[in-house]
Structure formats: C-alpha cells, structure tokens
Design a protein around this ligand. Structure first.
Ligand code: 0A1
Ligand code: ZN
Length: 865
C-alpha cells in the first residue's frame, strides 16, 4: 500500500542554484537498449557557501565520474531520491560523467525514447535528468554541444539543437554529426532526433535579409502531408516580424513529427518535436479542424523561440510566463490568418469547457500556483488558456500599441535570462508610463472564475444611463481573496441596433457605477464584449432583450453569446422539468429566433454554424450543484430534435444550397463545410431516421475528411441503420493510417449508446490500438471519460471500474497519460450520491496502489479531498 504522500514543492522556498553549468558537451552513442552518454560540463559555484553539488538523475546507470580529469569517488548516487551528490567540489571545475540509458524500455516518453524506429527526446519540464546527471532546472542556462554517434544505415539523419558543425563516418558502419547551439538554454529545451526520416525543405528570408533553412521531418512516405505545416511555419515567421518585430535567430529551423508523444508539440531550440497529429495533413485524411490546429500549434511553438526560449522561466511556478503569453500570441496569429470573430468564439468556448470546469473543481489553481507535487500535472487549461486571457486583459488595458511597447521593453530588459511573471508585468508597466498593475496582479495568485453582475438604470429626464458592475469571488477562491482589476468592454445599443457608446470600463471595486451622459433613449447594454474579462457574467436583460442582442449586436462575440445565454437558461429549466418528470416544452420564441438565424442570408456560414451550437454537456454540468447526467443528455437531445423538426425544410434547403465545386482551405470554404455538417447533424435528430440516407450519401460522396468524418459521426451517434456498414467501410479504407484511426475510435467512444462499453473492450483488442501511444489512448479512453458522460457515469459503475483498471495499467508505463485520465473523475463531489458510492471505491483503490506515480496521486488525492 502507498504510505507516504509525495513531497510538496513550494514557490516560497525557491533558492537560486548552488552551482551553475556554463557549458555542456555531450556525446551520445545511440543504441536501443544501451545508449552511452558522455557528458563534459564546466561548472561554477553560485553561492558564497561551500555546499555539495547535487545533480538530478533518474533511471540512469552511472559508469564513471571524473573531476578535472581525475577519477572521483566521494559521491552518493541515490536511485530513490533521483540524485547524485558530489560531496566536495571546488569553486570551478570540469566534470565528466559517463552513464547508460535504455531508450527502448522508456515508455514514459520523457527523456530519450523511441517512437517507432525514431530516437527522440522530450525534456520539458524534467526529462533531461533521464538522459544524464544535471542541474535540471530552468534557471541553469548553459551552452550545449552534442555529438551523436549511430548506425549510419538505420539512422542516416542525426539532429540536435543549433547548427551542425562536423560530420563523418566511423568504423563499424557508424557515423556521427556534431551540433552546436550558440544560445545558452535550460536543459528542458535540449533535443535530439535520429532516424531514417523523410524531409521537405524550404527557406525563409528574414526582414534583415538572412536566409533560414526550414526542414520538416517525418516518417518516409508522409512528406506530401507536411506542406500545410511548412506554409504555417513561414506565415508564423512573417507574422512575428510584422506584429512584434521578432526575427528568427538561427540559420536553421527544424520540425520532426513523431507518433508517440505526450502532448501537442515541443519548442526545443531550433529543433521542434511534434506529435504527428499537429504536422501531417492532406485533404483526404485531415479535417478542417486539424488544418486549423496545425497552423495554430506550428505558430505556438515558433513563437516560443522568443517567449520561452530567448526569455525563459526562472522556475516552473512561472510556467504561465511563457505559456499564457505564447497562447495569446498564437490566438492572435490565428485571428489574423483566419476570421478574428470565429477564432475568438472558439477560444472562449474552449476556455469555458475546459478551464472554467477545472477552476471550479478539485484541481483548481491560480495561473501562478504556489505549490505542486508533480509539475507535469500543471500543463493545464488554467496555466495556458486562462493565462492567455490574463495577457489579453493587459493588452486591453494598455491598447495594442502600449502592449507592443511593453513587449519591446520585456526583450530589452530580459533577453537571455530566466525570469518571473513579475518581470513581465514590470516591463509592461515601465513602457506605459508606470501603469499601475498592483491590483491586476491578483489575477496571478487567486484561483476560481470571478462572477460579474451587470445591472442598469435609465433616467429619461436626465438622459443618463448608469451601468452597475458588481464582482463576486467564487466559493472556492482563497479566504483572503481581493477584488480584481478587470477591463470590461461595453457597448450601448439603441432600438435600431446602432451603437451609441462603446468603451472599456475598468472595474476595480467590488461594486462600481459607470455613468453615460446624453443618452437620448433607453439603450440595451452589451457587456463584456469580445469576452474582455474571463468571468461568468449575469445581466438584468430580459429574454426579449437577449434575443435583440442575438440579432443586432455589432460585437459578434456577444451576438453569439446572447444565443448561448438564452439556450443555456432554457435547457437548465428543462433539466429541472426532467428531474421532476414534467413534460418538456421548448420556448417558441427561441425556436423562432433560431429559425431566423438559419434563414438569414446576411450571416456568413462560419458564424451561422457556430450560432447553431447547443451548449455542451460539460458547460451545462458546471451550472448544476448535483449533476443530472441522463437528464442533461435527454434535454439536449429534445432541444435538438425540436429545432430540427421545426426547421427541417430550412435545414435541408441550407444543406443543399452549399455546393463546393472544388476543395479549398480558406475560411469561407471551411465555414461552408462546417455549416453543412451542422445541418446534417441536426437533421439526424428528426424522428424516424428520416434523414439517415442523406447522411449516408454525404458519407459515401465525401471527397475530404471533414465531410467523411462529419457524416460518420452523425451516422454513429444517431445509431442509424447504416452505422455498421459505414464504420466498416471507414475502417477498411483507413486502417493503415493511425491518425485517421484515432478519429474512428473517437467517434465510437463518444457515442452515448449502451453498446459503447462493449465496443470499447473490443476496440482495445483491435490491431489499430496500442496503449503505449498516447494519441490512441486519448482517442478511445480519454474521449470516453471526457465526452461520454452518460456511459462513463453508468448506474452500474462499470465506466468507473473500466477507467480505474486502465489507469492503473497505464500508470506503470506512462504516468502522464494515466494522470490525465484520472482527472476524468474530477466531478466526484457533484455526482449524485448513488454514483459517488460507486466511484469512491475505485478512487480509493487507485490511491492505495503500491508504487502509484506522484502524477496520479496528486490528482486523485485532490479529488477525494
Ligand atoms: N511546452 C510545450 C508543451 C509540452 C509540455 C510538456 C511536454 O512533455 C511532458 C511536452 C510539451 C508547449 O507549450 O507546446
Ligand atoms: Zn507552449
């Protein structure tokens, strides 16, 4: 049984490193099971006290240590504490260490491991200590060189950070390449790749006229799926020059796509390593969402070169310094490359679904946490997406130009350093007449989503409109939590739909009145336009006023939002009806307004498709003190069915009116495909399978993956008569493409049908499934937990048991994947008592397991609370 809880690491206990590594020269002799690592480091003491040198090291076989060329024996190697302590060392010295590692046995996908036949690395946050003994923390920045030695036939391509400076053949069919990175960096940005890889090449001319070689590597045969990634890379490089004046700084930029990867991608200096899902795409096998995601992740990793690599984090509590800022930058890039309003709506939908849920649950934490057990658990929607919202608020407060001045100042002051979020704020402030961020900093240290209430008063005689904004902190905020400084973008709209006022209000108090003079008729206030503050807003607007905003608001985000507010309220009321076993009725004004949107030819397709979204189950669950799983699902189905039945003719007409003669990847064509698929999906809710054949025809006629998987999803989720035939046809066509098979697994795992449980057991045995590949686990089990709320929370408890079993098996291989699955239990406390009684024993079984990872321990202990 697991006895002692893992140690809690605290920001308040930060101490600068006792020793710094100035340079490290590595030689790696690659071998599947016995890779020899030779490291030569120049090390300097960084304190006045004489202390032992403690190096981090995990799963390493120590071979030898030499200090200033002499064999060194005064050390303790603790495999339990993952440390190597050198008891007495001088103030400045050269340390040579030899150790061995086993990449093939490394299924954690952390450190050096094999993805298929490719050797690759993942070192953020603490993977480098699994390659060699090191001061493995981001405030230790060193210059790296790497000599890679490997079999020439099996591994003709040998890559690392920086520039190649030597290469040659060696005896025994081996060869080597030496790489030198001229920039100092923390070890988490170190990378190495070796394999027999395909490549596409291009160049980019920077604004100062330097030519940068661009290379994207992948499994041979996939080269023609790398072009969208290459285009996205060139767009990113140009965008960062135009928007932030930031130019790339090395002569070469490489990206490598691998199938076995824990996250989306990694920004290693000059050598990004990507989950192949964020590189490979073509019309036939990738959806529009995939194409969009590739552009955004390629951008994200590229933008890290300045925000993350040139200026990095002092310690891991500062993670949002690089991640929040870089997500903000990639969102702005996507907005500029596509449709700004669609990008904003999608980002906010994502934030609400993932981050708001996280922030209200047992693992809620501020964007700058004060403690952690396992840093890998903190690559969260809060650090990333809420972090990006905080940066966006800074831009809203300072204006786009003021924000740019702050960014310039940030690089002027901190380039080449490992810094804190306070340093970023300092740069923003001094570049903007010492803007006072004192209160704004509360966003960094307090958890929980703030609530914002907007009420209004109109004095006709005085022609005065008063908007009262009140902020409340959520129940789970810290006891001593303080009010936020938040920018609230507001517009006043007259009865014709025209804007009569528009500005950013700065709310600092708990309650504040904002007065608008010379308002000649009673306006409607559109509050928190563009979602300027990441809060939960309630207003005193009537149902009719919301419908008015839905039709007239000049701010497209709030036009979308009005529809969400209206439908959320209606659905939540219907859930109460369902719980009380009353009959359902959907408000006819809403049904009518929905029809108006469908029929409105002035609304572009992408926006129309978004406006058709019915609030997701996850978002609806957040509003329920005790979550009614089956009722929520039943009401959503009822609403879709009612809307579909009432508007079926319009939907069919709309569906048929969109004809695409040729496949294009522009925002307009993507919007059209989305709208067509949304029509098809809604029509599948009409009684009696009336539109089954329409969906099946769409499936058979599809010329691209957006349509093909869109139709398949509709067919499977509607339990159509064509389900088995379509699933089989898809499988036969795509079984050799793992990225497409991931979609096939997802469609089935997310079907709320009773048969899904057995289907999952069967799919796990299919040849396309492999539990050592995180994408496949996420596609099947991850989807089941995250999206199939009814089946995961099945009254028999079988969903809980299945996931607990799998999680414990996976924890032995890959704790990061296991711990993400564990967060699927996060609604434990709000689950009805009968289900809690089934979930609790599973959670207790997990936490009592011998040898449980600290990753899973941290999550499950917080859930059990
Ligand atoms: N820095 C990367 C995310 C990342 C984090 C951890 C990883 O492995 C454990 C991999 C990637 C990013 O923000 O894209
Ligand atoms: Zn990142």
């Amino acid at each position: 049984m697991k006895t002692d809880a893992p140690k809690v690491i605290k920001l308040s206990e930060y101490k600068k490193p006792d020793y710094l590594v100035e340079t490290i020269d590595l030689v790696l002799h690659l071998d599947n099971t016995k890779t020899l690592v030779q490291s030569t480091m120049k090390i300097k003491r960084n304190t006045d006290e004489v202390t032992p040198l403690i190096l981090n090291g995990e799963e390493l076989v120590l071979k030898s240590i030499k200090l200033n060329n002499e064999t060194y024996t005064d050390y303790v190697h603790s495999t339990e504490n993952h440390s190597l302590t050198l008891n007495k060392v001088p103030a400045e010295f050269t340390l040579m260490i030899e150790n061995e590692i086993n990449p093939e046995a490394n299924k954690t996908l952390d450190g050096l491991y094999k993805s298929g036949t490719i050797f690759c690395t993942q070192n953020e946050p603490e993977g480098f200590r699994r390659i060699t003994f090191y001061v493995d923390r981001p405030d230790n920045m060193a210059k790296f060189t790497t000599k890679i030695v490997a079999d020439k036939k099996l591994y003709p391509i040998l890559l690392s950070n920086g520039n190649p400076i030597a290469r040659g053949d060696l005896e025994g069919g081996k060869h080597f390449v030496t790489w030198e990175d001229p920039f100092k960096k923390p070890a988490y940005l170190y990378a190495l790749v070796a394999g027999d890889l395909g490549v596409i090449k291009d160049t980019f001319k920077t604004k100062s006229g330097r030519n940068v070689a661009l290379e994207i590597y992948c499994d041979k045969g996939n080269e023609n799926k790398c072009h969208h990634a290459m285009e996205s890379l060139k767009k990113s490089m140009k965008w960062d020059e135009d928007r932030f004046g930031l130019e790339y700084d090395l002569d070469i930029y490489m990206i490598v796509a691998v199938d076995a990867f824990n996250m989306g991608a990694m920004e290693n200096k000059g050598l990004n390593i990507f989950n192949s899902a964020y590189v490979l795409a073509d019309q036939k096998s990738a959806t529009d969402t995939n194409f969009y995601g590739i552009e955004s992740v390629i951008g994200h990793e590229y933008f890290h070169n300045w925000t993350g690599n040139r200026i990095t984090c002092r310690d891991w509590f500062q993670l949002t310094l690089k991640e929040g800022l870089t997500v903000f930058r990639d969102q702005e890039f996507s907005a500029d490359m596509n449709s700004r309003s669609v990008e904003r709506i999608q980002s906010v939908m994502g934030l609400r679904a993932a981050q708001f849920a996280e922030d209200a649950g047992p693992t809620s934490h501020p964007i700058k946490p004060a403690t952690y057990m396992e840093i890998n658990n903190f690559y969260t929607a809060t650090i990333y997406e809420k972090g990006a919202e905080v940066i966006r608020m800074i831009q809203t407060l300072l204006g786009v130009d003021g924000f740019r001045k702050g960014m310039d100042k940030y690089f002027e002051l901190f380039d080449g350093q490992a810094v804190r979020t306070e340093d970023f704020i300092h740069a923003m402030s001094v570049a903007n007449n010492n803007f006072d961020f004192t209160q704004f900093k509360n966003w960094y240290g307090q958890n929980g989503t703030p609530l914002l209430k907007a009420t209004s008063k109109y004095d006709e005689a005085a022609k005065r409109f008063t908007l009262t904004l009140t902020q409340t902190l959520p129940a789970n905020a810290p006891k001593d939590a303080k009010a936020y400084h938040m920018p609230v973008r507001v517009g006043l709209i007259d009865s014709t739909g025209k804007d009569i006022a528009s500005k950013v209000l700065e709310l600092k108090e708990t309650t504040q009145d904002f007065v608008f003079e010379n308002i000649t008729s009673k306006p409607i206030a559109s509050v928190n336009r563009e979602f300027s503050a990441p809060v939960k807003l309630t207003t005193d607007l009537t149902f009719d006023e919301q419908l008015f905003l839905m039709a007239h608001d000049s701010d497209s985000f709030n036009r979308f939002e009005a529809a969400q507010v209206v439908s959320t309220k209606l659905i939540l009321d219907l859930i109460e009806d369902a719980k009380a076993k009353r009959t359902f009725e959907l408000n006819s004004k809403y049904v009518e307004a929905f029809g108006k949107i469908l029929a409105d030819n002035t609304i572009d397709e992408a926006f129309k498709a978004l406006s058709m979204s019915i609030p997701g189950e996850g978002v609806l669950h957040q509003e329920q003190a005790e979550i009614a799983y089956p009722e929520t699902e039943a009401v959503r189905t009822f609403v879709k069915k009612t809307l579909a039945t009432a508007h079926q003719d319009t939907l069919v007409k709309l569906y048929k009116s969109i004809e695409q003669k040729e496949y294009k990847l522009d925002p307009k064509s993507m919007g059209q495909r989305d709208l067509k698929n949304k029509c098809l999906d809604l029509l599948s809710y009409v009684e009696g399978g009336k539109y089954n054949s329409l969906a099946f025809d769409h499936f058979k006629a599809a010329t691209n993956m957006t349509d093909e998987i869109g139709a398949l999803t509709t067919i499977v989720h509607a339990n159509s008569v064509h389900k088995d035939e379509a699933l089989k046809a898809f499988y036969d066509k795509w079984k050799h493409e793992t990225l497409v098979m991931q979609k096939w697994l997802t469609v089935q795992a997310s079907a709320s049908d009773e048969s899904t449980y057995d289907a999952i057991l069967k799919l796990e045995k299919d040849a396309v499934y492999d539990r050592t590949i995180p994408n496949l686990v996420r596609a099947l089990l991850g989807q089941f937990v995250a999206t199939n709320k009814v089946q995961f929370n099945h009254p028999s408890g079988r969903g809980y048991k299945l996931i607990a079993d799998r999680l414990l098996e996976l924890d032995k291989l890959n704790p990061q994947v296991a711990s993400r699955l564990a967060s699927g239990f996060k609604d434990f406390k709000r689950t009805p008592k009968v289900l809690q009684d089934l979930m609790r024993p599973e959670l207790e079984r997990i936490i009592k397991t011998d040898g449980l990872s600290k990753n899973v321990y941290e999550i499950v202990s917080k859930i059990l609370g």
